[in-house]
Write a new protein. Structure first.
Length: 314
């Protein structure tokens, strides 16, 4: 729980810190962010990682899908959506992540969704939406926000089958490494030769924070939490993102919280508490295959015991 909460709190600081790199080419900056994070993570894997397990072809396909949707498509949709709708609308749509994870996450793990957990996720989503300020915008902006929501969901759900095999450290490292060249390609298509430039001192500090804290540490904490709590319970903590954003803006002296911010934070806290107390259905047992037991054959002309028996295993 501490890992999930800390991960989402760190992600929530991204909004305020991103102001320090607002003048840098967006997709080039994101490519740099993930490249630095991947380098740090791969060094940790090399030095202190658990025994290596070579990813299978299926693992690489899932990792590529995770990077392409949860990191690249998410960023593309966020950037495009801000041109047609308000940040509050984007945040409100993405705030429904806990509901989707509460519904789909258990199914991927062979469990039934817990009604009380789904209800708690709705409370968390309502609180996050209230803290975001609801917002307004065009239909195109709404559709792009839904695309960002899908990317955010894929970021968690596609990791579920990978974590038992590769672990949080390698899933974080490989997905970041795959996302960097994808984002660089998008940046070349959008910004051309100016996709990368030498950052200023302020931008360098911002990139360092985003790479090490928001990406490296938050990824590890989040994937570790999903592996222990399950996607449905861990998803409740996604509601902390807008709350963290409000706290960060206050800490930096950028803004002061209003009544809606405080009420939204209270709803998020209540939903998380209720959801963590909810009973989660156990995994569905796998029905054993019926094994045909051959009939024992005896020879009447010879006085012997049965020559063989058959043993089935579940």
């Amino acid at each position: 729980m501490a890992g999930a909460g800390s991960a989402m709190f760190l992600v929530g600081t991204l909004t305020a810190v991103s102001a320090t790199i607002a003048g840098y080419p967006v997709f080039g900056g994101q490519a740099v962010r993930y490249a630095v994070a991947a380098l740090v993570l791969l060094i940790v894997v090399r030095v202190a990682g658990p025994p290596a397990r070579r990813p299978s072809l299926r693992d690489w396909l899932l990792l590529a899908a995770l990077a392409g949707t949860g990191l690249v498509a998410f960023n593309v949709c966020i950037v495009a959506a801000t041109q047609d709708t308000s940040p509050a609308t984007i945040g409100t749509v993405i705030a429904t992540v806990p509901i989707i994870l509460a519904l789909i996450g258990p199914l991927l793990e062979g469990r039934r969704p817990a009604p009380s957990l789904v209800l708690a996720a709705c409370v968390v989503a309502a609180g996050a939406a209230l803290a975001n300020g609801l917002g307004s915008g065009s239909l195109r902006g709404l559709l792009l926000s839904l695309g960002a929501l899908a990317g955010e969901v894929c970021f968690s759900l596609l990791a579920v089958p990978l974590l038992p095999r590769l672990g949080a450290l390698r899933v974080s490292a490989y997905s970041a490494a795959l996302a960097a060249p994808m984002l660089l390609a998008v940046g070349l298509a959008v910004d051309g030769a100016v996709v990368l430039r030498t950052p200023t001192a302020g931008e360098l500090a911002g990139f360092a924070y985003l790479s090490v804290v928001v990406t490296t540490i938050a990824f590890l904490l989040w994937y570790g939490a999903i592996g222990r709590l399950g996607a449905d319970r861990a998803g409740l903590f996604a509601g902390l993102i807008p709350v963290s954003a409000v706290i960060t803006t206050v800490a930096l002296g950028i803004d002061r919280p209003g009544a809606a911010d405080l009420a939204g934070a209270a709803l998020v806290a209540a939903g998380v508490v209720v959801g963590l107390r909810a009973r989660v259905a156990p995994r569905e047992p796998v029905a054993p295959r019926e094994v045909a037991v051959p009939e024992v054959v005896t020879c009447e002309s010879v006085d012997t015991a049965p020559i063989g028996t058959a043993r089935g295993s579940a």
